[in-house]
Write a protein that binds this ligand. Sequence first.
Ligand code: IMP
Length: 198
Amino acid sequence: MTKRVILATSNSGKLAEIGQMLHGWEVLPQSEFDISSPEETGLTFVENAIIKARHACLHSGLPAIADDSGLEVNALNGQPGIYSARYGGEGATDQENIEKLLTNMDQETHRGARFDCIIVYMRHQHDPSPIICSGSWEGEIAWIPQGDNGFGYDPVFFVSELGKTAAQLNSDEKNQLSHRGKALKQLRQQLQTVTSTH
Ligand code: IMP
């Protein structure tokens, strides 16, 4: 029997990416159950991912997967971190977030940064031990944006070993290296041990 899981995201790109990687699973978007996104009140990626997954379990009665991710810049003491999506203000565009980042990094020569991603799987809303997977990707903040692929901070995330920004990689190249790709690989392995489901 196919195992079913809700994906707690409204991002269709993530749904396709995660659906492709989880063979043998039927991955359903939370929109099919009319589930809205909860407020992300946590102070860590782990807390926010659990809040999203628990909310989806509660409203669907099914197991749920949720992820949370962001950019941490060393010279900015780890900012924007959990505030990555809204760094330039509530509802900020990717371009506004990038502009604020480059302004705050103006003249800063220490440009190390990393993307982090946490993905959790919860069997039910009261699951006391969610499966928690993580992935990191080290890079540097570029001086100017370059490349048109990807999303978010990709145009200013410079991967020194390739001499390119993340926005200059195609999706396969990015998935091989990225924080989300690494966390997803872990999730795929760990879910092989999950037998009981709805
Ligand atoms: P979320 O996990 O989808 O909520 O992502 C949080 C924010 O972190 C996004 O809105 C982006 O600004 C940033 N972010 C996370 N992953 C990436 C990535 O792979 N590339 C560029 N930006 C990212």
